[in-house]
Design a protein around this ligand. Structure first.
Ligand code: MG
Length: 311
Protein backbone atom coordinates (compact mmCIF):
# COMPACT_ATOMS: atom_id res chain seq x y z
CA UNK A 1 0.00 0.00 0.00
CA UNK A 2 1.31 3.41 -0.99
CA UNK A 3 0.21 6.33 1.15
CA UNK A 4 0.92 9.93 0.32
CA UNK A 5 0.17 13.36 1.68
CA UNK A 6 -1.04 15.83 -0.92
CA UNK A 7 -2.26 19.38 -1.14
CA UNK A 8 -5.38 19.99 -3.17
CA UNK A 9 -7.18 23.30 -3.36
CA UNK A 10 -5.39 24.62 -0.30
CA UNK A 11 -6.24 21.58 1.78
CA UNK A 12 -3.88 18.83 2.93
CA UNK A 13 -5.12 15.27 2.72
CA UNK A 14 -3.88 11.71 2.87
CA UNK A 15 -4.32 9.56 -0.21
CA UNK A 16 -3.85 6.06 -1.50
CA UNK A 17 -1.50 6.05 -4.49
CA UNK A 18 -1.73 4.02 -7.65
CA UNK A 19 1.86 4.41 -8.82
CA UNK A 20 1.36 3.39 -12.44
CA UNK A 21 -0.62 6.44 -13.33
CA UNK A 22 0.12 8.47 -10.22
CA UNK A 23 -3.55 8.69 -9.36
CA UNK A 24 -4.63 9.45 -5.83
CA UNK A 25 -7.68 8.28 -3.91
CA UNK A 26 -8.72 10.23 -0.83
CA UNK A 27 -8.50 8.13 2.34
CA UNK A 28 -11.34 10.13 3.82
CA UNK A 29 -13.54 8.81 1.03
CA UNK A 30 -12.21 5.27 1.34
CA UNK A 31 -12.72 5.21 5.13
CA UNK A 32 -15.73 7.53 5.06
CA UNK A 33 -14.25 9.29 8.09
CA UNK A 34 -11.97 12.28 8.69
CA UNK A 35 -8.25 11.53 8.39
CA UNK A 36 -6.08 14.07 10.19
CA UNK A 37 -2.73 13.07 8.72
CA UNK A 38 -0.76 10.06 7.54
CA UNK A 39 0.43 9.11 11.03
CA UNK A 40 -3.18 8.89 12.21
CA UNK A 41 -3.61 5.99 9.80
CA UNK A 42 -1.08 3.79 11.63
CA UNK A 43 -3.51 2.40 14.23
CA UNK A 44 -6.22 2.11 11.55
CA UNK A 45 -4.19 0.28 8.94
CA UNK A 46 -6.18 -2.96 9.25
CA UNK A 47 -9.42 -1.03 8.88
CA UNK A 48 -7.98 0.63 5.79
CA UNK A 49 -6.96 -2.70 4.30
CA UNK A 50 -10.50 -3.98 4.76
CA UNK A 51 -11.93 -0.88 3.06
CA UNK A 52 -9.47 -0.68 0.25
CA UNK A 53 -11.18 -2.91 -2.26
CA UNK A 54 -13.69 -0.30 -3.28
CA UNK A 55 -11.10 2.44 -3.57
CA UNK A 56 -10.10 1.75 -7.15
CA UNK A 57 -13.71 2.02 -8.26
CA UNK A 58 -13.89 5.59 -7.00
CA UNK A 59 -12.72 8.42 -9.22
CA UNK A 60 -9.24 9.64 -8.30
CA UNK A 61 -8.86 13.17 -7.01
CA UNK A 62 -7.45 15.68 -9.45
CA UNK A 63 -5.23 18.72 -9.19
CA UNK A 64 -3.29 17.36 -6.23
CA UNK A 65 0.32 18.21 -5.48
CA UNK A 66 2.55 15.81 -3.55
CA UNK A 67 3.85 16.90 -0.16
CA UNK A 68 6.36 14.85 1.81
CA UNK A 69 4.52 11.76 3.17
CA UNK A 70 5.16 13.08 6.69
CA UNK A 71 5.50 16.79 5.96
CA UNK A 72 6.45 17.73 9.50
CA UNK A 73 7.82 14.77 11.47
CA UNK A 74 6.88 14.93 15.16
CA UNK A 75 10.53 14.75 16.19
CA UNK A 76 13.93 15.22 14.60
CA UNK A 77 14.68 12.83 11.75
CA UNK A 78 17.05 10.18 13.10
CA UNK A 79 19.95 9.49 10.75
CA UNK A 80 22.84 7.07 10.57
CA UNK A 81 26.29 8.12 9.40
CA UNK A 82 28.85 6.02 7.56
CA UNK A 83 26.67 2.92 7.25
CA UNK A 84 28.00 1.51 3.96
CA UNK A 85 31.62 0.24 3.85
CA UNK A 86 32.70 1.96 0.67
CA UNK A 87 31.10 5.26 1.68
CA UNK A 88 32.69 5.09 5.14
CA UNK A 89 36.10 5.01 3.47
CA UNK A 90 35.35 7.77 0.95
CA UNK A 91 34.03 10.02 3.72
CA UNK A 92 36.92 9.45 6.10
CA UNK A 93 39.51 10.03 3.36
CA UNK A 94 37.71 13.20 2.19
CA UNK A 95 38.96 15.25 5.12
CA UNK A 96 35.43 16.32 6.10
CA UNK A 97 34.89 13.54 8.65
CA UNK A 98 35.03 15.02 12.14
CA UNK A 99 34.06 11.61 13.58
CA UNK A 100 37.31 9.90 12.57
CA UNK A 101 40.68 10.90 14.00
CA UNK A 102 42.56 8.49 11.74
CA UNK A 103 41.80 6.23 8.78
CA UNK A 104 41.63 3.38 11.28
CA UNK A 105 38.33 4.94 12.45
CA UNK A 106 36.72 4.71 9.00
CA UNK A 107 34.42 1.77 9.73
CA UNK A 108 32.35 2.54 12.82
CA UNK A 109 32.21 -0.04 15.58
CA UNK A 110 28.76 1.18 16.65
CA UNK A 111 26.12 3.08 14.65
CA UNK A 112 26.75 6.82 14.36
CA UNK A 113 23.36 8.36 15.11
CA UNK A 114 22.61 12.03 14.52
CA UNK A 115 19.48 13.99 13.68
CA UNK A 116 18.10 16.53 11.23
CA UNK A 117 15.64 19.24 12.23
CA UNK A 118 12.09 18.21 11.18
CA UNK A 119 11.51 21.66 9.66
CA UNK A 120 13.94 20.92 6.82
CA UNK A 121 11.70 18.23 5.27
CA UNK A 122 10.48 19.05 1.74
CA UNK A 123 8.54 17.14 -0.91
CA UNK A 124 9.44 15.51 -4.19
CA UNK A 125 9.73 18.34 -6.70
CA UNK A 126 10.32 21.10 -4.13
CA UNK A 127 13.46 23.21 -4.39
CA UNK A 128 16.60 22.63 -2.35
CA UNK A 129 17.75 26.06 -1.25
CA UNK A 130 21.37 26.84 -2.13
CA UNK A 131 22.49 28.73 1.00
CA UNK A 132 24.78 31.35 -0.48
CA UNK A 133 26.96 32.97 2.14
CA UNK A 134 26.40 30.10 4.56
CA UNK A 135 27.78 27.07 2.71
CA UNK A 136 29.31 26.41 -0.68
CA UNK A 137 29.81 22.66 -0.15
CA UNK A 138 26.39 21.08 -0.67
CA UNK A 139 26.26 17.34 -1.06
CA UNK A 140 23.57 14.72 -1.68
CA UNK A 141 22.98 11.43 0.15
CA UNK A 142 20.45 8.90 -1.18
CA UNK A 143 18.95 6.90 1.69
CA UNK A 144 16.33 4.33 2.59
CA UNK A 145 14.23 5.73 5.45
CA UNK A 146 12.32 3.62 7.96
CA UNK A 147 9.08 4.96 9.46
CA UNK A 148 8.29 3.62 12.91
CA UNK A 149 4.70 2.53 13.52
CA UNK A 150 4.74 1.08 17.01
CA UNK A 151 6.35 2.64 20.06
CA UNK A 152 8.90 0.72 22.03
CA UNK A 153 11.97 0.82 24.21
CA UNK A 154 14.42 -2.04 24.50
CA UNK A 155 13.29 -3.45 21.16
CA UNK A 156 15.27 -6.55 20.21
CA UNK A 157 16.56 -7.29 16.73
CA UNK A 158 14.20 -10.26 16.55
CA UNK A 159 11.12 -8.06 16.95
CA UNK A 160 12.43 -4.89 15.32
CA UNK A 161 10.47 -5.20 12.10
CA UNK A 162 7.21 -5.44 14.10
CA UNK A 163 7.77 -1.77 14.92
CA UNK A 164 8.18 -0.64 11.30
CA UNK A 165 5.16 0.90 9.59
CA UNK A 166 6.75 1.53 6.23
CA UNK A 167 9.53 2.96 4.14
CA UNK A 168 10.24 6.06 2.11
CA UNK A 169 13.13 7.83 0.40
CA UNK A 170 15.23 10.56 1.99
CA UNK A 171 17.93 12.72 0.45
CA UNK A 172 20.11 13.63 3.44
CA UNK A 173 21.38 16.89 1.93
CA UNK A 174 24.50 18.06 3.74
CA UNK A 175 26.62 21.21 3.98
CA UNK A 176 30.02 19.52 4.17
CA UNK A 177 31.87 22.63 5.29
CA UNK A 178 29.52 23.11 8.25
CA UNK A 179 29.59 19.39 9.03
CA UNK A 180 33.37 19.48 9.29
CA UNK A 181 33.77 22.88 10.96
CA UNK A 182 31.24 22.37 13.74
CA UNK A 183 32.21 18.76 14.62
CA UNK A 184 28.64 17.89 15.55
CA UNK A 185 26.78 17.15 12.32
CA UNK A 186 23.37 18.63 13.24
CA UNK A 187 23.86 22.11 11.80
CA UNK A 188 25.29 21.04 8.45
CA UNK A 189 22.44 18.54 8.07
CA UNK A 190 19.56 20.80 9.09
CA UNK A 191 19.61 23.85 6.82
CA UNK A 192 16.18 24.76 5.44
CA UNK A 193 15.04 22.34 2.69
CA UNK A 194 17.84 19.84 3.39
CA UNK A 195 15.58 16.79 3.73
CA UNK A 196 13.74 15.94 0.51
CA UNK A 197 11.41 13.02 1.36
CA UNK A 198 8.95 10.94 -0.60
CA UNK A 199 7.38 10.52 -3.01
CA UNK A 200 5.16 8.48 -0.68
CA UNK A 201 5.32 5.85 2.05
CA UNK A 202 5.15 2.16 1.13
CA UNK A 203 3.83 -0.05 3.92
CA UNK A 204 6.24 -2.60 5.35
CA UNK A 205 4.35 -5.64 4.05
CA UNK A 206 5.29 -4.68 0.48
CA UNK A 207 9.01 -4.07 1.01
CA UNK A 208 12.06 -6.29 1.52
CA UNK A 209 14.29 -3.58 2.99
CA UNK A 210 17.38 -5.79 3.01
CA UNK A 211 17.58 -6.04 -0.78
CA UNK A 212 16.75 -2.76 -2.47
CA UNK A 213 18.75 -0.95 -5.10
CA UNK A 214 19.54 2.66 -4.17
CA UNK A 215 20.48 5.10 -6.92
CA UNK A 216 21.19 8.79 -7.15
CA UNK A 217 21.71 11.00 -10.18
CA UNK A 218 22.96 14.56 -10.35
CA UNK A 219 21.39 15.87 -13.53
CA UNK A 220 21.77 12.86 -15.85
CA UNK A 221 24.90 11.41 -14.26
CA UNK A 222 24.51 8.33 -12.07
CA UNK A 223 26.53 9.03 -8.90
CA UNK A 224 25.34 6.42 -6.40
CA UNK A 225 24.42 2.83 -7.26
CA UNK A 226 24.26 0.34 -4.39
CA UNK A 227 22.02 -2.09 -2.55
CA UNK A 228 20.74 -2.00 1.02
CA UNK A 229 22.18 -5.47 1.62
CA UNK A 230 25.53 -3.67 1.97
CA UNK A 231 24.48 -1.76 5.11
CA UNK A 232 27.10 -2.10 7.87
CA UNK A 233 24.39 -1.99 10.57
CA UNK A 234 21.12 -3.45 9.34
CA UNK A 235 17.68 -2.10 10.25
CA UNK A 236 17.10 -4.44 13.22
CA UNK A 237 20.49 -3.44 14.65
CA UNK A 238 19.67 0.24 14.23
CA UNK A 239 16.28 -0.12 15.92
CA UNK A 240 17.76 -2.19 18.77
CA UNK A 241 20.57 0.32 19.28
CA UNK A 242 18.46 3.47 19.19
CA UNK A 243 15.63 2.07 21.29
CA UNK A 244 17.87 0.55 23.95
CA UNK A 245 17.35 3.49 26.27
CA UNK A 246 15.22 5.87 24.22
CA UNK A 247 11.60 5.16 23.39
CA UNK A 248 10.94 5.08 19.66
CA UNK A 249 7.56 6.59 18.78
CA UNK A 250 5.15 6.21 15.88
CA UNK A 251 6.21 8.65 13.19
CA UNK A 252 9.90 8.50 14.05
CA UNK A 253 11.96 8.31 10.89
CA UNK A 254 15.34 6.61 10.65
CA UNK A 255 17.41 7.44 7.55
CA UNK A 256 19.66 4.41 7.31
CA UNK A 257 22.76 5.95 5.71
CA UNK A 258 24.07 6.60 2.22
CA UNK A 259 26.27 4.50 -0.06
CA UNK A 260 29.44 5.56 -1.89
CA UNK A 261 29.36 8.13 -4.65
CA UNK A 262 28.60 11.36 -2.79
CA UNK A 263 30.23 14.58 -3.97
CA UNK A 264 33.11 14.46 -1.49
CA UNK A 265 33.99 10.99 -2.73
CA UNK A 266 35.44 12.62 -5.88
CA UNK A 267 38.81 14.30 -6.13
CA UNK A 268 38.34 17.18 -6.28
CA UNK A 269 34.91 17.09 -4.60
CA UNK A 270 31.91 17.64 -6.85
CA UNK A 271 29.49 19.71 -4.81
CA UNK A 272 25.98 20.64 -5.89
CA UNK A 273 25.55 23.94 -7.69
CA UNK A 274 22.50 26.11 -8.32
CA UNK A 275 20.72 24.68 -11.34
CA UNK A 276 21.56 21.05 -10.54
CA UNK A 277 18.81 18.48 -10.25
CA UNK A 278 19.21 15.60 -7.77
CA UNK A 279 17.18 12.43 -8.27
CA UNK A 280 17.05 9.53 -5.81
CA UNK A 281 15.43 6.23 -6.69
CA UNK A 282 14.91 3.20 -4.47
CA UNK A 283 13.57 -0.05 -5.83
CA UNK A 284 9.86 -0.40 -5.09
CA UNK A 285 9.62 2.99 -3.38
CA UNK A 286 9.69 5.34 -6.36
CA UNK A 287 11.90 8.32 -6.99
CA UNK A 288 12.25 11.92 -5.86
CA UNK A 289 13.77 14.79 -7.83
CA UNK A 290 14.68 18.19 -6.45
CA UNK A 291 16.30 21.21 -8.07
CA UNK A 292 18.99 23.21 -6.34
CA UNK A 293 18.08 26.88 -6.52
CA UNK A 294 19.59 30.04 -5.18
CA UNK A 295 16.33 31.58 -4.00
CA UNK A 296 13.24 29.52 -3.41
CA UNK A 297 10.24 31.80 -3.25
CA UNK A 298 9.15 35.13 -1.85
CA UNK A 299 6.88 33.24 0.53
CA UNK A 300 9.70 31.37 2.24
CA UNK A 301 11.69 34.58 2.58
CA UNK A 302 8.89 35.90 4.75
CA UNK A 303 9.12 32.89 7.02
CA UNK A 304 12.88 32.51 7.19
CA UNK A 305 14.68 35.82 7.63
CA UNK A 306 17.56 36.34 5.25
CA UNK A 307 16.56 34.08 2.40
CA UNK A 308 15.20 36.96 0.37
CA UNK A 309 18.44 38.91 0.56
CA UNK A 310 20.77 36.47 -1.13
CA UNK A 311 19.87 37.02 -4.76
MG1 MG B 1 23.23 10.51 5.55
Amino acid sequence: MRLATVEQGGRTQVVLVEPENRSFHSLEEVLEQPVADLLSIIPRIDELRASIKGAAARPPISGARLLAPIPRPPRNVLCVGKNYHEHAHEFTYSGFDSSAATSADAIPTAPIVFTKAPECVIADGADIRYPSGVSDSLDYEAELAVVIGRRGRGITKATAYDHVFGYTIVNDVTARDLQGRHKQWFLGKSLDTFCPMGPWLVTADEVDPENLSVKCWVNDELRQDANTHDLIFDIPTLIETISAGMTLLPGDIIATGTPAGVGIGFKPPRFLKPGDRVTVEIEGLGRISNNVVQVISPNLSQIVPGIGSIE
